[in-house]
Design a protein around this ligand. Structure first.
Ligand SMILES: [Zn+2]
Length: 592
């Protein structure tokens, strides 16, 4: 992608608005602040500057421009992050750029094609007389034509009929096998989903990549089977219905997470469309990331059985760790969502979906079902569990409410309850504190940063640096200095957010945002300040050399055994003295 296009997207996409797609930001003074998604953050440590169009975390050091944020948050390659930002900012990027980006898509084009053809074919079959039995079954379960069309349901006839159709359409047997549509053995080919109703599973971009398929044969042992993993489909990396639900999720600012395909369809039948399924109860990191990029408000609605409830707790904790807002549907009916429609009514399901518990309320009820409060030890255990969990809450008011509720349930007093957790928390409250005093080394780096800050700000500073000092002791700073010098070769000025786009090294991006975020950068180019910083760096470099010298030759210096060494040492000292003097003259004016 050409640099000018990257710049254009960068300048049209406001970093504050883009980041707010991922997490809430609060205006604070000139900047915006939010909870940093790149470390285990409890206070908002990340600041976002609308002026400079960069973000920066004070604690973990993460920083960069809008592309770096999206790239690191979604863990996608840089070019993809640029396209994602363009998409979020409603900037149309010509197809030619997108085509070139998706090299891996081109490699998989044949697989995508055969899968798309199969979906069309199976959907067609379902609507013929051959699909009558399957259609009857679906109707009986309340899945009418609208649902069949919307979710692109299909029917796979017996034996190898789908495979034969695909081969006749010019697809290779190899691709049918690779897409997990055909199985081959010594007797020939067989359709993987023979005599089954197929429910396509799409990638987040909306292309079919796998299936879950239900048998119509009552003697068949496995009611549902799923695609095995293929080049396109990796279990745990997709959320079912994500591409369809995304618009409703954005509109409602909420995502409902269910277990399976039938749950998604049941909710669609009662008009709830902001729903995705994890396809099983084991939710993966990739799925959490997908959820985060859609909405930070998640409502969990897993099955009401034991497995579903403990999976709800696991998922809730993962989401909380990812700093998302969560609620959990209270389902005590013992029924699946589609069964609620069938055995009760659509209104019952709608009402159930309004029964949202906070995480702590859910945890309270969940633990209560597992412990016997008549037993003292279990009652104490229960109190400890809830107190520990509620101490993690940021909201003091919610905490207080929970203590009251717990006191009622356990008959312990609020003071006793607090005693239960005091012992635990006193050990863990030692949060690492940042040093208040700057060490000598830090003062050096401060001067180096000041020089870099001026170089980022003005080309004149770059010229001064090259003439005067030309190098830094710190390899990372040196690399950045060279990069800045190089950047000015092809650019008139250095717009920070655009400069950052050209950097690949994460530590360099961090360094730039750190410099630009500190007060150094606000100063305009000043020859005096710059030269003073250069002198400071030079003096410090000499200090370091002297220190090393002393360490290495301490005996020879102490006993004055080696005249050469002593002369060398004194020459270093002399150089330092001259610089210190020079700095004094510069600093206090020429009359000295
Ligand atoms: Zn951070």
């Amino acid at each position: 992608m050409h640099e000018s296009l990257i710049q254009e997207i960068r300048s049209k996409a406001d970093i504050v608005q883009i980041i707010q797609n991922y997490l809430p930001l609060i205006k604070k003074g000139k900047n915006f602040v939010g909870v940093c998604p790149f470390h285990d953050d409890h206070d908002p440590s990340m600041s976002v500057s609308q002026d400079k169009q960069i973000f920066k975390c004070f604690v973990c050091g993460a920083g960069g421009n809008v592309f770096n944020f999206v790239k690191d948050f979604e863990q996608i390659p840089f070019p993809q992050a640029i396209l994602k930002v363009a998409h979020l900012a409603n900037i149309v990027v010509e197809d030619q750029y997108i085509e070139r980006q998706n090299v891996s898509d081109a490699k998989h084009k044949h697989l995508y094609d055969v899968l798309a053809e199969y979906v069309r074919y199976a959907h067609y079959i379902l609507n013929t007389t051959d699909g009558q039995g399957a259609r009857d079954y679906l109707m009986k379960r309340g899945l009418d034509e609208t649902i069949i069309d919307k979710f692109e349901l299909g029917f796979n006839l017996d034996q190898d009929q789908a495979t034969r159709f695909l081969l006749a359409k010019g697809h290779s047997l190899e691709n049918c096998v690779k897409a997990n549509l055909t199985r081959t053995n010594e007797y020939g080919n067989k359709d993987v989903f023979a005599k089954r109703i197929v429910f396509p599973i799409h990638s987040s971009e909306g292309r079919p990549i796998a299936f879950t398929a239900r048998t119509l044969d009552p003697n068949e042992s496995s009611k549902y089977i799923n695609s095995t993993e293929t080049e396109l489909y990796v279990k745990g990396q997709v959320l079912y219905n994500y591409h369809r639900a995304l618009r409703a999720i954005k509109q409602k600012k909420e995502m409902i997470v269910v277990e399976g395909v039938m749950d998604v369809i049941a909710l669609d039948r009662v008009g709830i469309e902001n729903v995705v399924a994890t396809l099983g109860t084991a939710c993966t990191k990739e799925q959490i990331r997908l959820m985060q990029s859609a909405s930070h408000n998640v409502t969990i609605c897993y099955d009401s059985d034991e497995a579903g409830q403990s999976a709800s707790l696991r998922l809730a904790r993962l989401l909380l760790a990812a700093r998302m807002n969560i609620q959990i549907i209270r389902n005590n009916t013992g029924l699946d969502l589609d069964e609620i429609i069938e055995k009760q009514s659509k209104t019952s399901l709608q009402a159930l979906m309004e029964q949202k518990l906070s995480y702590l309320d859910f945890f309270f009820e969940y633990s209560l079902r597992r412990l016997d409060l008549a037993n003292f030890n279990q009652r104490k255990e229960f109190a400890k569990l809830i107190m520990h969990e509620s101490n993690q809450l940021k909201d003091r008011f919610d905490q207080a409410l929970m203590v009251d509720r717990l006191a009622q349930a356990t008959q312990f007093t609020p003071d006793q309850l607090r005693l239960l957790v005091q012992a635990q928390t006193s050990n863990t409250s030692q949060v690492a504190q940042r040093p208040l005093l700057k060490s000598k080394l830090e003062l050096t780096t401060w001067a180096e940063k000041e020089i870099l800050g001026q170089m980022l700000f003005s080309q004149q500073a770059v010229l001064d640096f090259r003439q005067e000092l030309g190098f830094f002791a710190d390899a990372g700073y040196q690399k950045l200095a060279l990069t800045i010098i190089n950047y000015y070769r092809s650019h008139e000025e250095c717009v920070i957010a655009d400069f950052i786009s050209t950097l690949e090294d994460a530590s360099m991006i961090e360094l730039v945002t750190q410099i630009v975020d500190s007060e150094i950068y606000f100063r305009a180019y000043s020859s005096e300040a710059l030269h003073d910083a250069i002198l400071r760096v030079k003096i410090n470099n000499l200090d370091r050399q002297l220190e090393l010298f002393k360490q290495k030759y301490s005996d020879e210096l102490a006993f004055q055994t080696n005249m050469e060494r002593i002369q060398e040492y004194q020459s270093l000292l002399k150089q330092k003295r001259e610089l210190v003097q020079l700095r004094g003259v510069d600093k206090y004016g020429k009359q000295h």
